[in-house]
Write a protein that binds this ligand. Sequence first.
Ligand code: PRP
Ligand code: MN
Ligand code: MG
Length: 193
Amino acid sequence: RYFGDDDIKEILYTQEELSRRVREIGRSITEDYRDRASERASDGAPGLVVISVLRGAAIYMSDLVREIDLPLEMDYMAVSSYGSGTKSSGVVRILKDLSSQIEGRHVIIAEDILDSGLTLKYLMGVLESRNPASIEIATLLRKRTERQVDIDCKYVGFECPDEFIVGYGLDYAEHYRNLPYIGILKPEIYQGK
Ligand code: PRP
Ligand code: MN
Ligand code: MG
């Protein structure tokens, strides 16, 4: 069967809405970090490092960095807590660490979604212990849910409803990441799984 538009109950953010909001976040970051843009790491790399959390945030991050008009390094981490289920297991593991050193540098974590917050909470702890000059979170979505740890996000694209959503990087069992929009998955797709 085809895992695409037919499985979507409702579109929450269209491709145009996403691109407009990502552009706004990029512009805010550009303004906020402009003064620090001339800083360099000891190896000459840009002082600003944008970190994407694989795999969900890869699409958002690649769009976001092209809206930031400053020198920056792109780096990736993979931490996973969800597996193929729909609920967070609360167990976070590092599957792939950064390639770069972040000590003394300005770090922005680009995440696709903050749900329980366990992924970002864990990641902040790991990265803060490496003594970056600063660290901020730029999440595209923040879910409105009671079960969320208290976590400070400087940049939030949208506060989204507590629904099972897919697209623009967000998956269900690795499907739907390549939808250009974000939508609510029909419950019958994941019910009984
Ligand atoms: C998803 C999503 C976030 C995280 C948010 O990743 O991309 O990284 O869950 O949930 P939380 O706030 O409850 O921790 P997932 O673990 O599914 O891996 P993926 O990015 O590879 O899909
Ligand atoms: Mn993720
Ligand atoms: Mg996932």
